[in-house]
Ligand binder design. Structure first.
Ligand code: SF4
Ligand code: SF4
Length: 103
């Protein structure tokens, strides 16, 4: 299963394969840190996208990337351009939890 593969993979941010995404929004609903943005609708991105600086790979919330588990098209994958490790992800989780208190 894709979500299990991502859980076992070396730690990387998550990204959406834009050419396959149909903007159903399921990933946005389940992201605990609001790291997935909807399409811009104007001149910006035309599909959902992960703000990798916010994504904790669900560390602190779930055993693995919840968005990948819920995506009906299986178009969420690891992002090798943004390698991370568990300590970094934990720090991001704490920082993001603080930010979200003020949103
Ligand atoms: S892996 Fe988790 S934190 Fe990252 S975008 Fe997906 S649901 Fe959000
Ligand atoms: S769940 Fe999958 S298909 Fe739906 S918006 Fe997210 S990435 Fe796109």
């Amino acid at each position: 299963m894709l979500a299990q593969k991502l859980q076992d993979a070396p730690k990387m941010a998550i990204r959406i394969r834009e050419s396959e995404c149909d903007n159903c929004g399921a990933c946005i609903e389940v992201c605990p840190v609001s790291a997935i943005e909807p399409p811009d609708g104007k001149t910006g991105p035309q599909t959902c996208r992960v703000v990798w600086e916010r994504c904790t790979e669900c560390v602190g919330y779930h055993a693995g990337p919840r968005c990948a588990e819920m995506c009906p098209l299986e178009c969420i994958e690891s992002d090798p351009e943004h390698l991370e490790n568990r300590d970094v992800l934990r720090r991001k989780w704490h920082a993001r939890a603080k930010e979200m208190r003020f949103e």
